[in-house]
Design a protein. Structure first.
Length: 263
């Protein structure tokens, strides 16, 4: 019988002991190896907000604190999505002993990759929230919309992580390609600059609006800082959600049985 993504996904949610607990242990044990422990999970965010954010704000006219909040929320969301995608591109190869032992409910491994990045995100978010509270542009009324945007972000990321995971198991070099691609996308994602710097109709504006990470970050960030969401963003994300869901279901059914041979 062909594997079903929805059936396996529901099965993983009913039995989260493997992927959820293993993900938590992975994060906790990685911090215990260091003297400062959990501090290293939040330190990069602090550097981006109060280091790079402050420095870039000094180079451009405008208020400093709103820009640091912009950098903080953009960076943690970028790191969340990129972390999930990069880990999913190698998750089956990294779990080869378990898969070869017959544990072939692949949604466990996909959810494990998501959980690890989400745990790191939750540890980092209090730092970002402090930066938001310091910003004059923070809009508490936008929190519910930002939560809806976060759920949409996770859904879209999961649907596209499925085909990415199979490509990563089939092609040994695919993970390196994804890693370099995400580095390039950082340059055209408004993290250390405002989206207004890439107006519509310009070359840089076209690159930014073709970048899925821009739209995924915008639906969460914009409500929190009082910005409007472009109609193009909703259209773009709607297409991504629909096509990603169909592609993930088809890929899971078609390629699940081939993973043990590929890895």
């Amino acid at each position: 019988m062909s594997a079903s993504l929805i059936k396996d996904f529901l099965g993983s949610l009913r039995s989260p002991d493997h992927w959820l607990y293993a993900s938590w242990l992975s994060v906790v044990t990685s911090t215990r190896r260091h003297f400062l422990g959990i501090f290293w999970l939040v330190f990069p965010v602090m550097v981006y907000i109060w280091g790079i954010g402050w420095f870039m704000a000094m180079l451009n006219p405008g208020k400093v604190r709103p820009f640091m909040a912009h950098v903080g929320i953009s960076y943690v969301l970028f790191r969340l999505v990129v972390g999930i995608v990069n880990e999913c591109s190698v998750v089956y190869r990294a779990s080869a002993p378990y898969i070869n032992d017959g544990k072939t409910r692949y949604t466990d491994y996909l959810l494990s990759a998501h959980a690890r990045s989400l745990f790191i995100f939750f540890f980092s978010f209090p730092v970002v929230f402090v930066a938001l509270l310091m910003s004059e542009q923070f809009d508490p009324a936008g929190i519910p919309m930002a939560l809806v945007g976060s759920l949409l972000l996770i859904f879209i990321t999961f649907t596209w992580a499925v085909p990415i995971s199979f490509l990563g198991s089939k092609l040994p070099d695919f993970a390196e390609f994804i890693g370099n691609l995400t580095m390039a996308l950082f340059l055209v994602t408004p993290i250390i600059w405002y989206p207004a710097a890439a107006p519509e109709g310009t070359l840089q504006g076209s690159f930014m609006r073709a970048n899925p990470l821009h739209h995924l970050i915008a639906i969460v960030r914009a409500p929190l800082v009082g910005e409007s969401i472009e109609p193009l963003t909703w259209t773009y994300l709607g297409i991504m959600a629909g096509s990603g869901l169909m592609l993930s279901v088809v890929c899971y059914r078609a390629f699940s049985k081939k993973v043990p041979m590929w890895i």
